[in-house]
Design a protein around this ligand. Structure first.
Ligand SMILES: Nc1ncnc2c1ncn2[C@@H]1O[C@H](COP(=O)(O)OP(=O)(O)OP(=O)(O)O)[C@@H](O)[C@H]1O
Ligand SMILES: [Mg+2]
Length: 451
């Protein structure tokens, strides 16, 4: 409509120009030349023809102009759209970002199998337990996302609550054999139950993996021990901890870029210093950790990909984990990791003596040795394993004899440390691995000695 009006207006303008301007001039010229002076018919035909030609020429020119005119707005229009996009797209992205946690949550809920409405009859027997049966189900209100690993006294699961991940250690009722850890008794649940509030409080120190909840129900444990695997499936004894995204220091040993860099001995020094600070606090609060080893030292985040990066990032992210195994100084020892524990820890078990902070110091010295040399060949292991086996089989004299042999080999052991080991760290290691606890330094001496 708009277009046809414009065409009509153009024709009218051309008609008026021709009628009142061009034709009178043309008529005057013809009159002056004396041609067709009386032939008004020819004059009239010429007038009409020239008018038609004029209209055609002008309208074709107009068409060309219109093309140019219509071409112009197109890029302009595109520009405006892209301008809008420039302004609105980031908003859309933002909204997507804000929405993503909300929207990804239900998606995640679809991936694992839906929780069974009625107890599944396919739960394995306690003696042959598979932690994967928990994946997709809830334990103590937390949704189980995946199984992180199996340790000496249970399974560690990645769980979530309200969009945050946690690590949940579910304690095994019949402990799996892990090689490094051996349960001396399975009655540690009572101790954990009694200590749960204290352990939660201690873990609030920033040098520890935080413990949020400890769930131990003696009725459920009794039922599970009787073989009720459904009771265990639904309400197992568990410890909810801070999720350590960077994994354990033990895992760091697999990274050749880091452990073969010149920074590695300095990184080890920082790790040992941080753990010594954690132990100083723990010991001052009257507790012994009893399971110091690279697998129980954690990193809050990924520390980096090169020795230099790790060296710069590590101090703020090292945390001592598995506080659930801690006992009071002088308390009953329930477990030991023979590859790291001192002979006096096995001896204490044999003679019924209590836990001593110096046991942690020996394990810390061995941990430093393992980290620096990447060797797990402390010469006492073989004797301590035999001492433990003898004790379990009731051969107390043999057990004592093996413990003494372990002490003897340690008394003469001079571990080969890398030449670039910092001298203060070297000294600390040599003093810590002494078979006689009275010669070992305190955690405080180590922490400040390495600062
Ligand atoms: N808080 C945590 N955050 C992330 N991963 C964890 C956490 N606690 C444990 N893990 C991981 O779970 C796995 C099993 O841990 P677990 O403590 O059961 O075994 P372990 O340390 O080898 O033996 P132990 O029973 O002597 O402690 C390991 O790979 C460990 O790194
Ligand atoms: Mg552990």
């Amino acid at each position: 409509m708009h277009e046809s009006k414009r065409v009509f207006k153009d024709i009218l303008i051309i008609f008026l120009i021709f009628t009142f301007l061009i034709y009178p001039i043309l008529g005057l010229i013809l009159l002056a030349g004396g041609i067709f002076i009386f032939n008004f018919g020819v004059y009239f035909i010429l007038l009409i023809l020239s008018e038609i030609i004029g209209i055609l020429i002008i309208s074709s020119l107009k068409k060309k102009r219109r093309k140019v005119y219509t071409l112009n707005p197109i890029p302009y229009y595109t520009q405006r759209i892209s301008f809008k996009r420039k302004h609105y797209r980031p908003h859309r992205h933002k909204r997507k970002h804000y929405r993503s946690p909300k929207y990804s949550k239900p998606k995640k809920q679809y991936s694992p199998p839906p929780p069974p409405k009625s107890p599944s009859p396919s739960v394995p027997p306690i003696s042959n337990w598979d932690p994967n049966v928990w994946v997709g189900n809830e334990i103590h209100g937390y949704k189980v996302e995946s199984v992180i690993g199996t340790g000496g006294n249970g399974y560690v699961l990645k769980v979530s609550l309200g969009g945050t991940y946690y690590a949940m250690k579910v304690l095994s009722i019949t402990p799996p054999q892990s090689g490094t850890v051996t349960m001396i008794a399975t009655s540690g649940f009572d101790q954990l139950f009694n200590e749960s509030e204290n352990l939660k409080r201690l873990s609030q120190n920033p040098n520890f993996v935080r413990i949020y909840g400890i769930y131990v129900d003696s009725n459920i444990i009794r039922q599970a021990l009787k073989g009720d695997s459904m009771a265990y499936f639904k309400n197992p004894p568990a410890i909810v901890m801070e999720f350590m995204e960077g994994g354990s220091v033990d895992k760091l040993l697999n990274d050749r870029n880091i452990v073969y860099s010149n920074y590695w001995p300095l990184i080890v020094k920082k790790i040992i210093k941080q753990v010594a600070f954690a132990l100083d606090y723990l010991h001052s609060q009257g507790y012994v950790h009893l399971d110091i080893k690279p697998q129980n030292i954690f990193l809050l985040r990924n520390p980096g990909y090169s020795g230099y990066e790790v060296y710069n990032n590590i101090d703020k992210i090292v945390k001592l984990g598995d506080l659930g195994s801690a006992v009071r100084i002088g308390g009953r020892i329930e477990q030991a990791t023979t590859a790291y524990c001192p002979p006096d820890q096995i001896e204490a078990v044999i003679f019924g003596r209590g836990a001593d902070p110096k046991m942690d110091i020996f394990a810390l010295g061995i941990t430093a040795y393992v980290l620096l040399t990447l060797r797990r060949d402390n010469p006492a292991i073989v004797y301590l394993d035999q001492a433990f086996d003898s004790f379990v089989n009731g051969n107390i004299n043999d057990a004592i004899s093996f413990v003494n042999q372990a002490k003897q080999v340690l008394a003469t052991w001079r571990p080969m440390l890398p030449s670039n080991t910092p001298p203060d760290l070297q000294q600390i290691i040599l003093r810590s691995i002494n078979p006689y606890p009275q010669y070992r330094p305190t955690a405080r001496e180590i922490a400040y000695g390495l600062s």
